[in-house]
Structure formats: C-alpha cells, structure tokens
Design a protein around this ligand. Sequence first.
Ligand SMILES: Cc1ncc(COP(=O)(O)O)c(C=O)c1O
Length: 393
Amino acid sequence: MQLADLFTPQARELAAPIWAAPPQAGAIPLISLAYGLADPVMLPQEELVEAAAQITANDVNEVLNYAPDARRLKTLIAERLCQEGVAANERQILVAYGSSQILGLLPHVLINPGDTVLVEAPTFMGAVRMFGRAGARLVGVPVDAEGLDVAALDAILHDLRAAGVRPRFLYSIPTFQNPSGATLSLARRQRVVALAAAYGVLVVEDDAYVDLRFRGEPLPPMAAMDTDGWVLRVGTFSKILAPGLRVGWAHGPKALIDRLFMFKPEGTSGPFVTHLVAQYCADGRLEAHIAALRFHYAAKCALMANALRRELPEATFVMPDGGFFIWLRLPEGVKSSALYPVAIEHGIEFLPGNRCFSDGRGDEHIRLAFSETPAAQIEEAVRRLGQAVAASR
Ligand SMILES: Cc1ncc(COP(=O)(O)O)c(C=O)c1O
C-alpha cells in the first residue's frame, strides 16, 4: 500500500513545479531571465512597514482578527476600474490571494472534464495549466503583433458551434501579453467583445500588466466595451506594488463573482493584507509609484532590446510597449529546448518558448524577463545568451 495510491489520477500525473527544480548552474553564477519577478529596488519597503504600523494602530481587531476584507480596497479597485471606463460596482468585485487564485477558482464554477476553453497561443501557462488540470480541452488561438488573431477566433468559434461545442470561456491577456508582449488593438478588442456576445462565451480578461505602459495611450479594457455581461476583468497588485502581498481581484457579472467566492476556501482574504494595500494606496501614492515603475521598467526594457540587437542580430522581436517581457524569436535553426542546457552552462537562464503553449509548440522562441535582473547585469546576461546561441549552433 502506497500513499500515492490515494492520489487522484490528475494528481498522480503532476510533475514537480518549475520553482522546485532550480537548474544545475555551470561554473559561473546564474543570471535568470526566466521569471516575471518585481525588481527588488522598486519594492516600497519603508512605506509598507509604515502602512502596516498605521493599520494595526488604527483598529487592531479589524485588521488582525477574522474579519471581512477591507471595504476601502474594493472602493479603490472600483475607482480605478471607473477611470478605465468600466461601470464598476463594489458588489461585483472579488478580492483574492493574487489573480492566480481567481484563475484557479474558475474551473470550479465553469469547467467540467471535457469542456473546451480557448486560450491564446502563446499564453501564461501558469494560469492555463489549472484549466487543463480541471479536464478542460484547451484550444489555442494564435497571437500576432496586434494580440489575439480575431479572424482565427471567429473561425474557431464558428467551427466549434458547427460541431455543437460552446467553449466555456476565452482566457486573454490583452495588454503587454505574457509572454509575447503584444497588445490587443482597439478594433480587435471590440471584435472580441462582439464575438463573445454573439457566441455566448465568457471572456476572462487578465490585465496583469496594464498599468506598466512605457509609451502610447492606454486602451479601454474589453470590460468597458461589454454591455451584456460577458467579460470578467481580472487584475493584481503584484506587478504594481509587491507580488509577495498576493492581492488580486476580479470584477464581473455578480452571479459569477458570487459563485467564485463560494469556492474560495478561506472566504474573504486576510484583512491585514487587504487593509495594508488600501492604506498604502491612499492619497495618490499608488499612482505615483506606478509612474516611477513605468519609467524604471521602460529603461530596463530598452537596455535589453539594445543588447539583443547588438549580441543577437539574427534574432527578432516586437518591441513591447510595456510589461515585463521580450519574446525573442531565435535565429533560424536554433531551438529553445536544445539551447536551454547550453545557456545554463553559460550562466544564463530563460523561459523556453514551449512552456508558453498548451500544445508544446514554441520551440523557436524564448521569453526573457527584464523586470527583476539589475540593470547592470542585463547586458551581461544578453552577452552570455549570445555566446550560448553561438555555442549551440
Ligand atoms: C498574465 C498573468 N496573470 C496573472 C499572474 C499572476 O499574478 P498574481 O501574483 O496576482 O497571482 C501573472 C504573473 O506572472 C501573469 O503574468
């Protein structure tokens, strides 16, 4: 009798998470461009300590006992949504431990084994994996420089309908997409919303990076264009404040928000963390911090892009207008899976492109995060990458 006999079939098949298996580094200390971590120098350490002291001094029972999550935070989220043109209502907001928790709750409410879920190709597999584990059949919709290919989406929806299949939802990252960096154009946003209404398909609009815009004007979210209740907008404080706080949220149709909440095991999120975020954000401090982040990450993105043009002139990429990543197409004939171990030997790590597709495609791409690595190391990292590419050929 083995403990593993008790595991469900889904649990038995699971591989260890990427985080649990740090690669065997070569002779030189590894520089990792693999993950979308915040730059530690931009974490507002002192202000958060100050905010923590203030909230506990104000009302220790409200903050450190079991209690509803902070109303102030929902008000703040609703205000930010209104600024984006979304007709926000605090009763239609769910606050959770990171947007990941919300994405992880979706299958409980929406997915039966065998159901179809549409995802971008490439996409953020961290989220999509949870849909797959719930038994969803994942159908990839291609992404190009303008984001999700709406003609392909239309054709897929049409074919699925002809086959009697109604997808449960479309998972989309419209702005500075993870991993491609692409931003869905205004016309395409309108088309996605129209298609969602026509086919009765929910759009899960995960806009984790929307505030980190380096250039150009903000685009309205799909949630602002939706008049019929087909969009669930998902956001996070991870990219604009601190990932370690694990505070994310969703806004959408009340029936869906209520059901997601019912599957959230701990009920409301811890009042300490929700009060802390609300306190930090007061008096325009969050918006000032976001302005600093945009400036900071734009400079690091430009630094990486210039280094790539110099060290890897045969590789190509679309310069992102914001976010954390450059999605690099490797020179002809170089495959990310074969390059990966060589890169580790050269002291550099990236996310292989096939980790960003639900069907294992993407071997000609790699995702490079410029967010965490100190600016002083980015050029060195790209130089090592250039050497690894040369060595792997
Ligand atoms: C597109 C996207 N959505 C969601 C998340 C998860 O964010 P959170 O920290 O809020 O769980 C990430 C983090 O990498 C992301 O890239």
